[in-house]
Design a protein. Structure first.
Length: 225
């Protein structure tokens, strides 16, 4: 895995609540340590719908959000309140949009990724739709929304995104998985959990939440030995 100094490579899926939790904590830790100008996140796709061979079930996130939300309630998590028929059947367009924004800058990719996560997990927006993605992008200061819309129309980011995903799928344990320039990596840092019940009929139980794990990850990434 090629990771540039001052960069954290993060394999995630936008519809992953655990990745959203981790990134929320990572950006906060980066701000608190005044490392925002020194450390960037290179967001890459780990396509849960491809790994699982089915779309993200609404019932699964209905079970996860109260558990994840209790760990970081200030994010603004909201169980899906919109019409169930508007539930995004795929996250690939949203994930592709993040990669297209990344072509503008890593900062643009970060901004759009988190804005889309808020659109989904907080505002319950149908982020599979082109116009929804562009509307979200228009609110991101570092994103050129017109360029993004054109790149989505041309599909210019899709091939590179999928090549990277296929090339590294066996290296990634799940969403989120972080890789650092020092050669280390960690999956879902600080969180250990188990699932009670079967599939989407069950619910997650957090066995341990080490809130310092993400802060330590940020420090190591900014100052590799």
């Amino acid at each position: 895995m090629d990771v540039a100094p001052g960069t954290i490579v993060a394999y995630t899926d936008i519809a992953c609540a655990w990745a959203t939790l981790a990134l929320h904590r990572l950006y906060r830790a980066r701000d608190e340590t005044n490392l925002t100008g020194e450390l960037r996140v290179d967001l890459r796709l780990f396509a849960l719908e491809d790994v699982n061979q089915f779309a993200i079930p609404k019932r699964l996130l209905d079970a996860e959000i109260p558990v994840v939300g209790a760990l970081e309630p200030d994010f603004g998590w909201t169980p899906w309140q919109a019409d169930p028929s508007t539930w995004p059947i795929t996250t690939m367009p949203a994930n592709e949009a993040v990669q297209a924004a990344k072509h503008q800058s890593l900062r643009a990719g970060e901004e759009l990724d988190m804005a889309l996560r808020h659109a989904f997990f907080t505002d319950n927006r149908p982020i599979a739709l082109h116009h929804e993605i562009v509307t979200v992008a228009q609110r991101c200061p570092s994103v050129d929304a017109d360029r993004l819309a054109a790149d989505l129309d041309s599909g210019s980011a899709r091939a590179q995104m999928m090549r990277d995903y296929r090339a590294h799928a066996s290296d990634v344990q799940g969403s989120p998985h972080f890789f650092l320039a020092d050669g280390s990596d960690v999956h879902n840092p600080g969180i250990t959990l188990h699932w009670v019940g079967t599939g989407s009929a069950g619910f997650p139980v957090v066995d341990h939440d080490d809130r310092e794990a993400i802060a330590e990850l940020v420090r190591r990434a900014a100052r590799p030995e």
